[in-house]
Design a protein around this ligand. Sequence first.
Ligand code: 13P
Ligand code: SF4
Length: 296
Amino acid sequence: MKDKIKALAKKRNAIILAHNYQPPEIQDIADLCGDSLELSIKASKTTADIIVFCGVHFMAETAYILSPDKIVLLPATDAGCPMAEMINPVSLQKKKKALGNIPVVTYVNSSAAVKAVSDVCCTSANVIKVVESINADEILMTPDKNLALFAASRTSKKIHLWDGFCPFHNTLTAKDVTKAKTDHPEALFIAHPECPPEVLTLADSIQSTSGMIKFAGESLHPSFILGTENGLLYPISKAYPGKKFYPASEKMVCGDMKKITLEKILLSLETLSGRVTVPKDIRKKAWGAVQKMIEL
Ligand code: 13P
Ligand code: SF4
């Protein structure tokens, strides 16, 4: 199956991009695995004709926003992000107006339609840089309240929150982390900024998924507890076989991130099914917000 996929991808001049949370067999066949920022940058620069996106819908949409002349395929069409569904463009515009039309920073975990009514996008890897670049003292950050609270703790700007969250990262508690630390007292704790503030205060470092891989590689420490979706255990353990990695909680598994299979990738490449596009007017506006982030 893997050989068939690789051969067909080559024949069709397709690139396979996979998020760090994807199942191991998907990461193994991907041309590039990474966090949301790395995957967006790659999608904006590739010379391939087809992008096969192994992730969730908003990621494939972002790839299309950046590369509208390419065919973007999401092999599991029902792979969504519950957080991205916690906001829509109408309610966002209503809140923005009520706040006096202050700038809106939107996490890439959002639909193209929401990006289209936002000023700039951010990811977990660049949120502070993006917030600091805004020429205003007050900002509305959407849709992740935890990412917004993390940014608020690192800037003097006043940040208004949207009440969205990742159903997996948001379930991690200080009690879970304390238990993991008791079980592995020698390990450092690295947390994703989608975790609640009570968890982030216990972290030795706060990172995006690829930031966690980099941090573990640069640290002299031999073991780490990961406060993120448990799919990251695979690439991080593969990168540093001599180090030990433990999940902060067994409950952090995103079902949508596991919907793509090798069979679905092969079918998608064979039939070009699972094509993701964005209407032209929305794409143009959303491109402005995503491109501003990439330039930063
Ligand atoms: P990053 O890989 O950009 O940190 O994203 C985490 C995430 O939850 C993606 O859905
Ligand atoms: Fe969305 Fe959370 Fe799944 Fe990422 S891990 S896709 S933020 S639900």
